[in-house]
Write a protein that binds this ligand. Structure first.
Ligand SMILES: C[S@@+](CC[C@H](N)C(=O)[O-])C[C@H]1O[C@@H](n2cnc3c(N)ncnc32)[C@H](O)[C@@H]1O
Length: 477
């Protein structure tokens, strides 16, 4: 018997993490995330007319048909089916192997006809949820006060959780509340409760956790992750006394009690330790750089249309943004060679490799592993030409980057500081576990020193290298 689970939760409430935990730990389970109404939205009306606990008052045939025809369009896109996925499916692989199954449709239809759908409501402490929502969704209107942001966003969190909780209370026997902090503290305990309550079949004796595969953006990664930020409420260090007062006003006590969350008092804030965050460069610095790249990419596309790629060193846009003569890299390369041994790495990841000059020099000097470059597609075209025949994988997609290993080196030479904040932040989170790092950047770009202050390596700092450049080399101790 296949269990069909409808997942619910506000954005940034770890719904994707919950989904992966379920599909990686239970057999014969389908988790719908957009089917049957999007996971972040209120439940469609018909859900309230059906008795999901004892299966009475099943929906009319027309309704089932209508829902199923909507589902057909989503197959392959929006839902995950454990059923039919190889059982060793890890989150990374699951992305490609999950959810194409047409028998998912059959099972959802049957579950609808038998009113046997089960529900999981994902929720996260509204205080940390708000901070996470701010990091992920920048305020559209910069003039909105912090107070307004808290009132609007946390107000939305309250409205949706309240509605879902009402549904949960009516259908308690077939529903489960998945609290992010509780899962981080003890995933085995929570998955055991889930198994028993929703009568699921576990795959393995021990439950696998998949937290380490997740970034704050909900995407998969191999990031090192500080659970105590959530489980020991370190996030409270990021909230002011004034914030706490506003939260107190917005959060209803009964909802918070039912979900098992505390409403903090102003005096609480001072007691919580502040969490060290990786701070990236100021937004206006980045916006300027991003704008310039939009223009430059237009020029590169024009050249690519009208000229041979092999002529790229003549193009103004390339000459203005990077050194086109290999000889000019020599001094920099010599410094690097004093500190790093290329053959000792199995994997090098470079952000913004330009046309690939440094990459080629590294291969010519003994590197024998796989090199990944992450760049705009237009630049990747130049790199593919210049680096032809070398073991290089080119990408503009985070999902195609490899899992960081013990012998990984990360390089950014006058590049990462030019990316928008969401990209640089994500890249910094992704690379955190690399063995070594090479950064070169314009003096004044603070994001690299912030990173080196929070990542424990032996950091070699070379200032005022050729025209105020700063080189930072980080090596595992
Ligand atoms: C100033 S060039 C430096 C190139 C090369 N590292 C060098 O030193 O010659 C900046 C590099 O970062 C890349 N870059 C800038 N913003 C980026 C973004 N948002 N995503 C991907 N690549 C980006 C550019 O395409 C370019 O390859």
């Amino acid at each position: 018997m296949v269990s069909v689970i409808k997942l619910l939760g506000v954005e940034r409430s770890a719904t994707t993490y919950c989904q992966w935990l379920i599909v990686n730990n239970f057999d014969n389970v389908i988790v719908t995330v957009a089917a049957l109404g999007g996971k972040h939205y209120m439940l469609p009306d018909y859900f309230h007319t059906i008795d999901w606990v004892d299966g009475t008052a099943p929906p009319q045939k027309e309704l089932v048909d209508k829902v199923i025809s909507g589902l057909k369009q989503e197959i392959g896109k929006n839902w995950s089916a454990r059923h039919g996925i190889p059982w060793d499916c890890t989150p990374k692989r699951a992305k490609s192997c999950a959810h194409t199954s047409t028998h998912a449709e059959k099972h959802v239809k049957k579950a609808l006809e038998m009113s046997s759908i089960k529900f999981v409501l994902c929720t996260k402490n509204p205080y940390s949820w708000f901070l996470s929502s701010l990091r992920r969704f920048k305020p559209k209107n910069k003039k909105h006060s912090r107070e307004r942001l808290i009132r609007e966003r946390v107000g939305g969190w309250v409205r949706r959780n309240k509605k879902w909780l009402e549904f949960y209370e009516k259908n308690e026997q077939v529903s489960f509340i998945f609290k992010y902090e509780d899962v981080l503290a003890n995933h085995t305990k929570i998955l055991t409760q889930l198994e028993q309550k929703l009568k699921l079949t576990k795959i393995d004796e021990n439950y696998k956790d998949v937290a380490k595969y997740f970034l704050s953006s909900g995407k998969l990664t191999a990031k090192r992750f500080d659970r105590t930020y959530y489980t020991k409420q370190k996030f409270m260090g990021e909230l002011s006394q004034k914030d706490i007062k506003i939260f107190e006003d917005v959060l209803p006590k009964d909802l918070m009690d039912k979900l098992g969350y505390e409403i903090y008092q102003e005096s609480e804030v001072a007691k919580r330790p502040a969490q060290k965050q990786i701070v990236v460069a100021e937004t206006n610095e980045i916006t300027k750089a991003t704008k310039s790249w939009e223009e430059r990419l237009k020029e590169i596309r024009n050249h690519l249309k009208n000229d041979k790629v092999s002529n790229f060193k003549q193009w103004g846009v390339i000459k203005q943004t990077m050194l086109v003569s290999e000889a000019k890299y020599n001094d920099f390369f010599q410094i690097l060679e004093e500190h790093v041994k290329w053959p000792s790495y199995k994997q090098i990841i470079e952000f913004g490799a330009g046309f690939g000059c440094l990459c080629k020099m590294i291969f010519e000097n003994g590197f024998g592993g796989t090199y990944y470059t992450f760049d705009f597609p237009e630049l990747l075209q130049l790199q593919k030409h210049y680096l032809e025949g070398l073991n290089v994988k080119f990408t503009n997609n985070f999902h195609e980057l490899p899992t960081i290993q013990d012998d990984s080196l990360f390089i950014s030479v006058n590049a990462l500081e030019e990316a928008p904040q969401n990209v640089s932040k994500r890249m910094f989170e992704y690379i955190m576990d690399c063995r070594d790092f090479i950064f070169k950047f314009c003096a004044g770009s603070r994001q690299f020193s912030n990173f080196s202050n929070s990542v424990d390596r032996e950091w070699i700092s070379i200032k005022n290298f050729a025209n105020r450049a700063h080189i930072l080399i980080g090596k595992r101790k």
